[in-house]
Structure formats: structure tokens, C-alpha cells
Design a protein around this ligand. Structure first.
Ligand code: SAM
Length: 308
């Protein structure tokens, strides 16, 4: 069934300004979602700019295809993980790459995808062809492992207590719905929190189910590899874990020296040619008007890098 998907792309004007698409550019959008950024990039690179877009979510790709119909012949879409960009695109050929991380509004808004607290299956897969769901983790991994997931991917302070309670609870019944999990965490949490008490647990499960950390690390390396010299990479993150990974990877690749053993001793530095230049010393954030119009933009941060 065709559905009406709406997702307001974040910081579109800033993305276009920093990526500087022009006639003839070859643009890559690793998280095409509903095609909002892609449409702006294609419009700005008219009449002959081309775009390669991918997404793990089949529904998103269909919606992006419809959204981009007016640019027919100038774009190619592929279902898959942006971690594979270097397998699909020739090294040194892209003028710019965009990664707009995280989930889209339709993924969050449709209960049947299981990303939100609205009653739905405990799923959270971006790519529904994959077999591991949030329910698999919640019902099958050990308390220690669950606690590690909640802490590392969600920064949840009560990670151990929540994990132990889940394991106790699942001896009586399997967890199948988002509400079951959200209600258990709610019962274990003090009242009066500003956000839903299960926010971190849900974020952590989503990151783990979709293997987001390793996709991001591999994807950043691949994105830099496929860029031309002088080409630009823009990354929009939505939480501190993602932003730290982007910042650390960029600092490492922008350094003109390397060191071994994980400790930077100035006397032992080895000179080397940096791969990228960091164009945004501080992350760019959306302005107040955008945040007022689109609450999802509140936590967005944009960083831009240039390949040397
Ligand atoms: C914030 S939305 C992107 C919205 C898009 N920029 C737009 O203008 O509509 C993030 C999208 O990235 C996709 N995604 C997340 N991780 C991915 C990955 N590793 N590979 C491919 N797509 C991914 C999600 O399925 C989602 O559709």
C-alpha cells in the first residue's frame, strides 16, 4: 500500500551551501530517506548534476523515487548500507557525500516499525530483510550483554538494573511489543522526568539492532575514499555518541602525524600527509526558526570536511 510519508529534512540550506553542488557535480547521499536533501542537491546542480542515493529502508527508497521523479535520468537509487559505498562507487569520483544519520520521521511515526513508544512490535530494523530485531536482543541476550548495550549505546545510568528486570520478566513472558518494554522501564523509573524514561534504552536497542556504530565508522572511511580531491563530506548527527565518532574520525584523518600504541607522545610522532581538512571547527546547529518548526532538528549537528 502506498503511504504518504513526510519527513522534514534538517538544515537543507546549510547542507547546500557547504556542499556547493553545481552543474555537472556527482553527488552521493548515503541516507537518502525521503529524498528531501537529495531534491535540494539535484535542483542546485541542474541541469546535469547526478546523484547516487542509498538507504537500508525499502519504504524510504520508494518514497525517495517518487519525490525525485522530476529529476528522472539524473539519479540512481540503491537499497543497502552506506558502509558499502566504496564497493559501489569508484574511488576519487564524488564531488560531495552527505550522511544524515539516524531515523526518519516515518520510521518513528509508524508504530509497526517498532522504533517508538507507540504500541507496535518490538522491531526497530531499518532493513526489514535482516533477521535480528529488538525483540531478539531483549528476549535472548544475557543480562550482562543487555546492560552493556544500554550503557554503551544509550548512556543509560540504570543499565544494569533495567537489564536484570528484563531478564526476570522474560522468564514469565516473551517481550513482543514496544509498550511492554516501555511500561516495564517506566515502572522502574522515578516520575517527573522530562523525557520518556525508556528513551535511552530504545536508542541503545536501535543502534545495536542496526549495527549503527560500525556502519558509521566504515561509512566515514568509505565516503572519504570515494571523494575527489577538494570534494566535501557533510555529516548530520543527532546524538552525542554519533557526533563523537564523527569528530574523532575526522581529527585522526586531519592530523599531519601518526603515532602508535594509542598514546600521543610528541617525540614519537611520525609525519604523514593528512587526508582531510576540517571545515567546521564547531558543529553547525539549526537556527531557532527551524527548531520551532521541526522539533526533530533540535539535536542536529552538521560537520563538514574537505578531502585533500
Ligand atoms: C534522517 S533520515 C534521512 C532523511 C533524508 N536526508 C531526507 O532528506 O529525507 C536517515 C535515513 O538514513 C537511513 N539509514 C540509517 N543508517 C543507514 C545506513 N547505515 N545505511 C543506509 N541508510 C541508513 C535510515 O533508514 C533513514 O531513512
Amino acid at each position: 500500500m502506498r503511504q504518504n510519508f513526510i519527513h522534514k529534512p534538517v538544515m537543507v540550506r546549510e547542507v547546500v551551501e557547504w556542499l556547493q553542488p553545481r552543474d555537472g557535480s556527482f553527488l552521493v547521499d548515503g541516507t537518502i530517506g525521503l529524498g528531501g536533501h537529495a531534491a535540494a542537491l539535484l535542483a542546485a546542480s541542474s541541469p546535469s548534476g547526478r546523484l547516487f542515493g542509498c538507504d537500508r529502508d525499502g519504504d524510504a527508497l520508494e518514497a525517495a523515487g517518487r519525490r525525485l521523479a522530476e529529476f528522472a535520468g539524473r539519479f540512481e537509487l540503491r537499497r543497502g548500507n552506506y558502509a558499502e559505498l566504496r564497493q559501489w562507487i569508484e574511488r576519487g569520483t564524488a564531488d560531495s557525500v552527505l550522511l544524515d544519520l539516524g531515523v526518519s520521521s516515518p520510521q518513528l511515526d509508524r508504530p509497526e516499525r517498532g522504533f517508538s513508544f507507540k504500541s507496535g512490535p518490538l522491531d526497530m530494523r531499518m532493513d526489514t530483510r535482516q533477521t535480528v530485531t529488538a525483540a531478539t536482543l531483549v528476549n535472548e541476550v544475557s543480562a550482562e550483554e543487555l546492560a552493556k548495550i544500554f550503557w554503551e549505546f544509550g548512556g543509560e545510568r540504570d543499565a544494569r538494573r533495567f537489564a536484570r528486570a528484563i531478564v526476570r520478566d522474560r522468564e514469565q513472558r516473551r517481550f513482543t511489543t514496544t509498550t511492554q518494554l516501555a511500561e516495564l522501564i517506566e515502572r522502574l523509573s522515578p516520575r517527573g522526568k522530562k523525557t520518556h524514561p525508556a528513551t535511552q534504552v530504545f536508542q541503545a536497542l536501535r543502534i545495536c539492532v542496526n549495527d549503527e556504530v560500525s556502519s558509521l565508522k566504515t561509512g566515514l572511511a568509505g565516503a572519504i575514499e570515494i571523494l575527489k580531491r577538494g570534494g566535501r563530506l557533510a555529516v548530520i548527527t543527532f546524538h552525542s555518541l554519533e557526533d563523537r565518532i564523527v569528530k574523532d574520525a575526522a581529527r585522526e584523518r586531519a592530523r599531519d602525524y601518526s603515532y602508535e600504541g594509542g598514546v600521543d607522545v610528541p617525540e614519537l610522532r611520525q609525519p604523514r600527509v593528512p587526508e582531510i581538512k576540517i571545515l567546521t571547527r564547531k558543529a553547525i546547529k539549526p537556527g531557532p526558526t527551524e527548531v520551532a518548526e521541526n522539533p526533530r532538528a533540535r539535536s542536529a549537528q552538521l560537520r563538514v570536511f574537505e578531502k585533500l
